[in-house]
Structures are given as C-alpha cells and as structure tokens.
Design a protein around this ligand. Structure first.
Ligand SMILES: Nc1ncnc2c1ncn2[C@@H]1O[C@H](COP(=O)(O)OP(=O)(O)OP(=O)(O)O)[C@@H](O)[C@H]1O
Ligand SMILES: O=C(O)C1=C[C@@H](O)[C@@H](O)[C@H](O)C1
Ligand SMILES: [Mg+2]
Length: 261
C-alpha cells in the first residue's frame, strides 16, 4: 500500500467513526426525550442548549478548524431538532386566533426550536401578491384576500411537519378549517381584549382594526369570532401574562397528550 492509499484508508476510518459518533449522539437524544417524557419535564430547554454551545466554543477556542467544525455542529444541532420534531409531531402545527394572540411569535419560536419549516400565511400572501395585506384589502377587498387564504391552505396539504401561522381570520371559514385538519392539529391561542390591545396598539398593518383600535371594538369582534375559533381548535392555550417559552411548553404538552389519545 502506498502512502496515498494509506491516507485514503485513514479517511474512511475517520468517516466510520463520525457515523458511529452521530448514531450514538442520536440515540442519546432519543433517550433524553424519553427521560423528559417519563418525568414530565419540559421538552424545550434553551438554557441547556446555550450551555452546550458555550462548552463547544471553549473546547474549539484556538482550533485552526474552529469555523469549519462549528459549521458542522450547526448542522448536527439542526438535525437533532428535526429528529425531535419528527418524533413529536408527524403533522403540521396550525396556529389560529385573534390578531395579537401571538400566532406569529409562537410559530417563529417553535419553528426555530424544532428546526421545522415555518409558513406565515399573511407573509406568503403578501409576497405572492407583491402587496401588503392592507393594500390587498384596499385594492381588491376582503373577499379576494379570503380566497387567497383558502387557496394557500389547500396547497399546504402537501406539506408535513411544518408550523403554520394563520392569518387572524383564516379559521372563521369552515372550508379552511377542514383543510387545516386534514394534515394538522389546530392550536387556538387566546388573549384578553386588553392584552391584545396592548400588543397591537402601535401597529398599523391590521386593516380589520383600521381606525377602530380600542379595547371595546376588540372585545366585541373577539366575542363574535369566539365560537368559530373554539370549534376549530384541537387545543386551546390562553396566553395572557405568559412568556413565549411557557406558551410553547404548554402547546407541546397538550399536543403530546393529543397524540396519546
Ligand atoms: N406571550 C407574549 N408576551 C408578550 N408579548 C407578546 C406575546 N406574544 C406576542 N407578543 C407580542 O404581541 C405582538 C403581536 O404578536 P403576533 O404578531 O405574534 O400576533 P399574531 O397573532 O400573529 O397577530 P396577527 O393575526 O395580526 O398576525 C407582537 O409585538 C409580539 O411581540
Ligand atoms: O383577523 C383578521 O381577520 C386578519 C388578521 C391578519 O392576520 C390578516 O390576515 C388580515 O389582516 C385579517
Ligand atoms: Mg401574525
């Protein structure tokens, strides 16, 4: 065997070691998940993730391949999250609720923590139409916007393991709810009118509330929508005075309970 052949052999042995280490790592992830479930512990532990990252950074300080190795770890971490997500949710998580209930905020956090694809319906529609939601309402009217929502929800039946943040009115149409449920579990986020008002009072991109943004109008509109929202929901989470992490934990627990049923 010449030197080159020997080095190639060494490379193959290194690859085998990496595969074995990754298999071991993934098995440990599954054990951690099972442990947390057995003892009713929170699934998301961002502080632990940060601790691990810090440890890795310290270990790699001064390493000449620091950047490349960190890049590989980014992938490893992402794939670990995906393994968790696939194990926990074999469906889409569909968030519905009134404006300001936190659909976008919670979807964003969840999709990051589980490396799940995020679909922000309002944003997808804005990008496709090359117009803001307010301009779509002003130019073509609400009905046109609602038809775009239905079309998008139908398309989303071809996706799996995604987090879908719906527009605030998307769950009001029975046809839309049917689409959501074909391939997803529907999570209703709620908040009091006062909380919603506090959250949205400084925004001007919600045409439904245009010029009428006050607690009374919000309360009235919320009450009109309540029955439809509740009928659509597989799981309900009240979000007042809770942190994003608390809401996400509650959401995961409730979805896991639903899985078990
Ligand atoms: N649990 C929370 N605690 C404090 N602030 C929150 C919480 N959830 C959301 N917010 C804030 O409230 C505002 C509205 O939240 P978000 O955009 O997520 O609502 P939404 O349900 O997506 O509304 P819309 O239907 O209009 O898209 C944001 O500024 C966000 O940072
Ligand atoms: O509650 C609603 O009817 C809406 C909420 C927003 O997310 C947008 O989808 C749009 O402004 C309509
Ligand atoms: Mg939103």
């Amino acid at each position: 065997m010449n030197d080159l052949e020997m080095y190639r052999e060494q490379l193959a042995i290194c690859d085998d070691k990496i595969i074995d280490a990754l298999m071991e790592r993934n098995a440990v992830i599954e054990k951690i998940m099972a442990y947390k479930e057995t003892y009713g512990m929170p699934v998301l532990q961002p502080a632990q993730e940060e601790k691990q990252e810090k440890r890795r950074k310290e270990k790699l300080a001064g390493n000449k391949y620091q950047e490349e190795i960190q890049d590989v770890f980014k992938r490893i971490m992402r794939n670990s999250k995906r393994i968790q997500a696939r194990k926990l949710f074999h469906y889409n998580i569909v968030l519905i609720g009134f404006m300001g209930a936190g659909k976008s905020t919670i979807s964003d956090y969840l999709s990051t923590m589980f490396a799940m694809r995020l679909i922000e319906m309002d944003q997808v529609i804005e990008e496709r139409e090359e117009m803001s939601i307010s301009d779509i309402f002003a130019t073509y009217g609400e009905e046109y916007f609602r038809s775009l929502e239905t079309k998008l929800l139908k398309e989303l039946q071809n996706t799996n393991n995604c987090v879908i943040s719906c527009g605030g009115g998307a769950a009001l149409k029975e046809e839309n709810v049917k689409e959501m449920k074909k391939n997803g579990r529907v999570v209703l986020l709620t908040a009091s009118p006062q909380t919603v008002y506090e959250r949205v009072k400084d925004c001007d991109d919600r045409p439904i509330l245009d010029g009428r943004n006050n607690v009374e109008v919000i309360a009235e509109m919320m009450e009109k929508r309540r029955e439809k929202y509740e009928a659509a929901a597989d799981v309900v989470i009240q979000t007042d005075h809770k942190t994003v992490l608390q809401i996400c934990e509650e959401l995961i627990t409730k979805l896991m309970e639903l899985n078990g049923k």
